[in-house]
Design a protein. Structure first.
Length: 348
């Protein structure tokens, strides 16, 4: 599946620099606000050591890891929800991604411009959060207005949506992000259509200086974010690392955090031609996962041959796995597990 993660934050807090590190690209990352106007798009490889283990056994022509699409969204400013700083454009771009990386500057350095002319990370977080909340409040009110004037059929669905929107609006006005609420299964299915910004899974990436004495805000910011997923990154140090493997290890934690907040897992397809990793949402049925490879697989789904990664590593080949009774044939309702090696059988 295509996973998109947007990098957000105030202008000039290091978003484009971090984008370059994550994607190994070289988009401009200069020391002035709004260096980025139009979104930059790149891909970050999900480094999975299981691919290497499988490669060592099968010796395929190539291995293909799964990737996360990274979108470098231009900086939001105070008033973005009212159109300030091309805010409507930027908020619209945030709607298009599955998850957010919120970059926060946590160091003091007078040589690096701050759009507010002062460094206060907690205020910076509040500015972004406020604009996301205002945008969702506006979306709630517009949809409630539409539903209040609804004259068609399916009145029960309209009543349920109105109840849900009123619940959302009440909490948003209390400055509570929707992702912090506990929604019922029915509410989760209803709320998807509205694409609320404060519902998007988010990790916070704290941008620090290589000079420890400059990172005077780090402790209070970590305390302020409390239960949120937080990663710390020092672009200057990463840019000085010469060994690619060491950079991969540093970045893997961030990518795995994205996987975690999106509830993603990985399955594999294995053959002499290629070994490939594919991401899927946890607790997905086999028939739904099959379409990740190709929509025809779902249309003509018959069954799937399943080998667990652990069994394949232990027995070294499909024939040996089959001999020891570890190869399974599963139907469309089988819940795919992380690390499953799958061969889909289908007919059109």
């Amino acid at each position: 599946m295509s996973v998109q993660c947007g990098i957000i934050g105030l202008p000039n807090v290091g978003k484009s620099t971090i984008f370059n590190i994550l994607t190994q690209m070289t988009v401009p990352s200069l020391n002035f606000p709004f260096c980025t106007i139009n979104s930059n798009i790149g891909f970050s490889i999900v480094h999975d050591t299981r691919l290497i283990q499988l490669k060592n056994i099968v010796s395929p022509n190539k291995i293909i890891p799964t990737v996360v699409k990274i979108v470098d969204i231009a900086g939001l400013v105070k008033g973005a929800s009212k159109g300030e700083g091309l805010g409507n454009k930027f908020l619209r771009e945030i709607k298009e991604v599955n998850a957010l990386i919120h970059v926060v500057r946590c160091f003091k350095d007078d040589s690096i411009i701050h759009v507010q002319n002062r460094v206060n990370p907690i205020d910076d977080i509040d500015i972004i959060n406020t604009e996301l909340i205002f945008s969702d409040i506006d979306l709630c009110e517009k949809n409630l207005s539409i539903l209040n004037n609804f004259k068609g059929q399916n009145k029960q669905l309209v009543l349920e949506e109105k109840k849900l929107l009123k619940k959302c609006l009440l909490n948003l006005k209390k400055f509570i992000f929707l992702r912090k609420l506990n929604f019922s299964f029915q509410e989760i299915n209803l709320i998807k259509k509205f694409n609320f910004l404060t519902l998007k899974p988010t990790i916070f990436l704290l941008n620090i200086s290589e000079k420890k004495e400059n990172n005077i805000y780090l402790k209070e910011v970590k305390k302020f974010l409390n239960n949120d997923i937080v990663n710390i990154i020092c672009p200057t140090i990463l840019n000085k690392i010469k060994k690619k493997q060491n950079i991969i290890l540093k970045l893997s934690k961030i990518i795995y955090s994205i996987y975690k907040i999106l509830n993603l897992k990985t399955f594999f397809t294995v053959g002499k031609k290629e070994i490939r990793a594919w991401s899927f949402i946890k607790n997905s049925k086999c028939i739904d996962v099959s379409k990740i490879i190709h929509s025809d697989f779902k249309k003509g789904f018959i069954r799937a041959k399943i080998i667990s990664y652990i069994d394949f590593i232990k027995y070294k080949s499909e024939n040996s796995v089959k001999k020891f009774g570890k190869l399974r044939l599963e139907g469309k309702n089988y819940l795919v597990q992380d690390g499953d090696i799958i061969h889909f059988l289908f007919n059109l």
